[in-house]
Design a protein around this ligand. Structure first.
Ligand code: NAI
Length: 233
């Protein structure tokens, strides 16, 4: 029997790549959409259960083109995102616009685009952040991720009649290329502030995403699941 299709934005790296691997294990064919081309060896183990597409989530036409080959998409996972450390006083309008374009508008575009292909029982999972509840030196990122939680709740309300569940996973500090791009001393400091003293493994976050895609959780919608080792408590 053909595998159901999951479409994962930002699947080339970090949390997205871990999600791709996990969803393949869970029985999906995964369409990976990322602005970075994906080297063929990245998902060599997953073989033909993964297909890759170059997509910029800010560009609806590129999302539509990537989805075109899939008459039915059972799950959409919106992981694509950017981060930029910047003091509030130093954030420019262009910085703020770019953050919203990728992190928030990108979710809107992918979610709206998938609807014509998503059957009843479909799932949309967004990736917000623990930072959605606040944080210093990245106000534009905080605003974008708080927006993702609001958008998730609004979509859940409008799509519940179609039996499409929409939820968000809010990761805490996770060991990915995004966080590894921080200066090493800042990475170590951030890690030391986590309750466990360590960053999450991307597979830990993929597990939370897979939970919200699992048919057994179909009655959960509009929720934000904090996968942050308890730091936000
Ligand atoms: P990452 O930088 O390793 O992966 C992000 C992926 O998104 C990359 O493959 C990148 O090419 C892709 N991407 C960026 N802009 C794009 C665009 N315009 N169109 C398509 N793809 C694009 O980052 P990581 O850490 O795996 O982050 C994944 C998500 O998790 C992001 O939304 C991030 O904000 C969120 N997050 C990460 C945390 C962390 O500590 N790493 C904590 C909380 C949330």
């Amino acid at each position: 029997m053909a595998r159901p299709v999951a479409f994962v934005t930002g699947g080339a790296s970090g949390i997205g790549a871990a999600t791709v691997r996990r969803l393949v294990q869970d029985g999906f064919h995964v369409a990976v959409a990322d602005k970075s081309p994906i080297p063929s060896e990245e998902f060599a183990t997953e073989g033909d259960r993964v297909s890759t597409h170059v997509v910029d989530v800010r560009d609806r036409a590129s999302i539509a083109a990537a989805m075109e080959g899939y008459p039915e998409i059972s799950a959409l996972v919106c992981v694509a995102g950017i981060y930029q450390p910047r003091r509030f006083e130093d954030i420019t309008l262009d910085d703020f616009r770019l953050m919203l374009d990728v992190n928030l508008l990108g979710v809107f575009c992918a979610a709206q685009e998938v609807l014509s292909r998503m059957p009843a029982g479909g799932r949309i999972v967004t990736v917000s952040s623990r930072a959605a509840i606040g944080g210093t030196n990245f106000a534009h990122y905080v605003a974008s991720k708080a927006g993702v939680i609001g958008l998730t709740r609004a979509m859940a309300m409008e799509l519940r009649d179609r039996q499409i569940a929409v939820n968000s996973v809010a990761p805490g500090f996770t060991d990915t290329p995004m966080t590894r791009s921080m200066p090493a001393d800042q990475y170590q400091k951030a890690q030391s502030l986590e309750p466990s003293g360590a960053a999450a493994d991307p597979a830990d976050i993929a597990g939370a995403i897979a939970f919200l895609v699992d048919p057994a959780t179909k009655f959960i919608t509009g929720q934000t699941l904090f996968a942050d080792g308890g730091k936000s408590l």
